[in-house]
Ligand binder design. Structure first.
Ligand SMILES: *Cc1c(COP(=O)(O)O)cnc(C)c1O
Length: 395
């Protein structure tokens, strides 16, 4: 009754993230069509989706090695190298000496967030490149200071943002000297946006940073492109890419996280208890705070299969997590039949920014992680977590 097509929650542990390979492959096909049509290369942003057991299947769906992955840290870069097999790109707001030592052995591209960091690490990178056949390409992340109205904590162009180099920061630089060894330009300014936002952003980038576009050989458009969403204008995305390619001889990269696994996963949970707390309330074996923190951080109301808005259906409940945090409440939902202990609830669109953000706060167990194929109803992998995962991250 409360299940998306063919998914039987009783086949899985609870709570459990279940990612549908069929849906992932559908997303891959859309992304691949953009790669094929334009020649742009698409990288998976691991910070949004890093279910590495799915990576070989993703590569298969793309008919060959995937584009690659982009990492926000040494550990994501290493995961990418070990499990992804494509290009490894890294960006972070700051790199330490130790980060850089490790990144040198892992990365194909490294993007810096400040002119200072670029100047600091340029000698180590050029020394590395002289000694090795594989050359690491370096880029700068710019801040075009063009906001597209995203939620402020997800807007890298909000006032006093620390992300990206502003135009005025180039004022006192000798550009020939600065660009010695630099080959790329990176910007990331969007969040869950359509291609009209990219189109406007690109115009701002061109207006302010033409001097860079003329000097580089690759341009990374960052993430935040909701390419696999139903209403996304793929034609306009392709036009944007082709327009830049026609004007400048550059390789274009996109690095979406969400678009790779959009609507591809679920979080299965179980009702532990039903209480009356000024209104009917169901306590779940999962937790918004620990297992779907974006629900509280973004904030947003995740869909539950078979449910309605508050009072839309006959029986309305607030749904709360099992942690002791007073605010650990998902939202209010209505159902056709009363909820009771043991009922399964399936949260939708839970593959992205979910399992990568879980915590063991309160000692809560991490949800299991499963890879499943809705076409065959085959469960391809299930990972369980236990006490060790809680203990190991403390000392
Ligand atoms: C977060 C991020 C991405 C991925 O963004 P999505 O919204 O998941 O597509 C890509 N690049 C950078 C630099 C990011 O910070």
């Amino acid at each position: 009754m409360l299940c998306p097509d063919r998914l039987n929650p009783h086949d899985f542990p609870s709570p459990c993230f279940v990612t549908d390979l069929a849906k992932l492959e559908k997303n891959m096909q859309i992304l691949n069509s953009v790669q094929k049509k334009t020649g742009a290369k698409i990288l998976l942003a691991l910070k949004g989706f890093a279910q590495w057991k799915s990576f070989p299947y993703l590569s298969r769906a793309m008919q060959g090695p995937l584009f690659g992955a982009c990492a926000s840290s040494v550990d994501e870069a290493r995961l990418s190298k070990e499990e992804f097999k494509g290009e490894v790109h890294a960006f972070a707001a700051g790199f330490s000496d130790e980060d850089m030592r490790e990144l040198l052995t892992l990365c194909d591209h490294i993007t810096f967030n400040s002119i200072n960091q670029w100047k600091k690490f340029r000698p180590v990178i050029s020394e590395y490149n002289e000694k090795h056949e594989k050359k690491i390409l370096c880029g700068l992340r710019i801040n075009p200071e063009h906001s597209e109205g995203a939620v402020p904590i997800y807007d890298p162009c909000s006032p006093s943002s620390r992300l990206g180099i502003r135009l005025k920061d180039f004022e006192n630089e000798n550009l020939d000297e600065l660009f010695d060894g630099l080959t790329g330009l990176h910007f990331h300014t969007l969040c869950e946006q359509n291609s009209d936002a990219l189109d406007r952003t690109l115009r701002a980038v061109e207006e302010k940073f033409a001097f860079m576009l003329e000097r580089v050989s690759w341009v990374n458009f960052g993430g935040g492109h909701h390419i696999t969403r139903e209403d996304y204008d793929i034609d306009l995305l392709c036009q944007c890419i082709e327009r830049i390619q026609a004007k400048y001889p550059v390789q274009i990269y996109l690095e979406p996280g969400e678009a790779v696994a959009l609507k591809a996963g679920y979080l299965i949970s179980t009702v532990l208890d039903v209480i009356h707390a000024d209104m009917p309330m169901a306590i779940l074996d999962t937790s918004a705070a620990c297992h779907m923190p974006d629900v509280l951080e973004m904030p947003y109301r995740p869909a539950i299969t078979g449910s309605g808005e508050e009072y839309e259906k006959k029986f309305t409940y607030r749904l709360g997590g099992k942690s002791c945090l007073a605010g650990d409440v998902v939202s209010t939902y209505s159902f056709d039949t009363p909820l009771k202990e043991g009922d399964k609830l399936v949260f939708e669109d839970m593959a992205i920014y979910s399992m990568v953000k879980t915590t063991t706060f309160n000692g809560l167990r991490l949800p299991s992680i499963a890879l499943w194929d809705s076409r065959t109803n085959e469960i391809l992998a299930v990972k369980h977590f236990g006490y060790g995962d809680f203990k190991e991250r403390l000392s």
